[in-house]
Design a binder for this molecule. Structure first.
Ligand SMILES: NC(=O)c1ccc[n+]([C@@H]2O[C@H](COP(=O)([O-])OP(=O)(O)OC[C@H]3O[C@@H](n4cnc5c(N)ncnc54)[C@H](O)[C@@H]3O)[C@@H](O)[C@H]2O)c1
Length: 303
């Protein structure tokens, strides 16, 4: 596809993944021209490329390559490419740091050099660790695993690129994302993806621990809308800051399982995971006017 200089030009990294591909579709619907970048390195069942985007296969940790890609008058960067799963990061912390810290720094540096208007970084609620809930953005970091440390370190780079170099950055901390294209492969896919796969293949749902752990689930298209608003709304003096993107309510893993199938077994708890997540979403609502629209149990029941 050729570039049209009259359109807003947005780069999405991790564009063929779960959330990135939904964001690409959303931005195209909003009339953006989209440069979609992914190296298909995730252990996902499928990668999703939209023919209406300019699709580029490549590694966002490669500075020379990314500088070249971004020299095409990119206005906005939505940086989602990452080691995106907690357990693989526990198994391979060096790779997590390479993708999440080094990769984000490469992206920020290129964005700074080519004069990007705003850089929206996808971070994670796992930075809250065992803070009391609901989690709000004033709480101290409590990083329990390499995924969380590497993602939160990259948040600090975003903030520093704003204060030192004047690049406008926004950090969005997602809670547990669900929705269309959720990966189902492997034991470390998101919980709803694993349950869907198990139900489809006639296996019992494997509930970790006793299933009482609670998660704040947020719909992937609500996440896409949050990214869009974060790129264009005034930030009211909050450039470089962190914003929660959650639903502000939570359900236990047992409740989710019960909505999908009664055929269930329990497996041992895993180290490094939080017991409860629950977002306070006051800040993002007040700043850019975002709020969630889709409830996870209704979505599971009505799909
Ligand atoms: N899914 C969730 O519940 C959740 C929660 C909090 C934060 N996040 C964050 O949201 C972002 C997207 O997560 P997702 O669930 O869509 O994950 P995903 O793994 O489906 O998507 C990430 C994509 O990035 C690509 N990628 C990885 N390394 C790359 C590299 N070096 N160069 C180019 N592409 C690369 C992968 O191939 C993959 O397609 C991640 O930054 C993740 O940390 C996700």
């Amino acid at each position: 596809m050729n570039e049209d200089k009259s359109l807003t030009f947005s780069l999405v990294t991790g564009a063929a993944g779960f959330i990135g591909s939904n964001l690409v579709d959303y931005l195209l619907d909003k009339g953006h021209q989209v440069l979609a970048l992914d190296n298909e390195s995730a252990n996902n069942d499928n990668f999703y490329w939209n023919d209406k985007a300019i699709n580029v296969r490549g590694d966002m940790t490669d500075y020379a390559f990314m500088k070249n890609v971004m020299s095409r008058n990119v206005n906005y960067v939505f940086h989602l490419a990452a080691e995106s799963r907690l357990q693989p990061a526990i198994e391979n912390p060096i790779q997590a740091v390479q993708r999440n810290c080094v990769g984000t720094t490469v992206m920020l540096q290129c964005a700074r050099e080519v004069g990007v208007k705003r850089f929206v970084y996808s971070s994670t609620s796992s930075g809250y660790g065992n803070n009391p809930w609901p989690n709000d953005e004033t709480q101290p970091d409590d990083c329990l695993n390499p995924y969380s440390v590497s993602k939160v370190s990259a948040e600090k780079f975003c903030k520093m690129y704003s204060s030192l170099y004047g690049l406008e950055t926004v950090v969005l901390r997602y809670f547990n994302v669900f929705g269309e294209r959720c990966p189902t492969r492997g034991q470390y896919a998101p919980v709803i993806g694993i349950f869907d796969r198990q139900k489809e293949s006639g296996e019992p749902l494997t509930i970790v621990g006793n299933g009482s752990q609670k998660r704040d689930f947020i719909y992937v298209k609500d996440i896409a809308r949050a990214n869009y608003l974060a790129s264009l709304m005034p930030l009211k003096g909050k450039v470089g800051e962190v914003f929660n993107v959650g639903s502000a309510k939570n359900y236990s893993v047992q409740q989710i399982a019960d909505t999908i199938s009664d055929d269930q077994v329990y497996i041992p708890e895993r180290n490094g995971e939080m017991d409860t997540t629950l977002a306070d979403i006051t800040k993002i609502g007040e700043t850019i006017g975002w709020e969630p629209e889709v409830d996870v149990l209704e979505w599971i029941t009505n799909r």
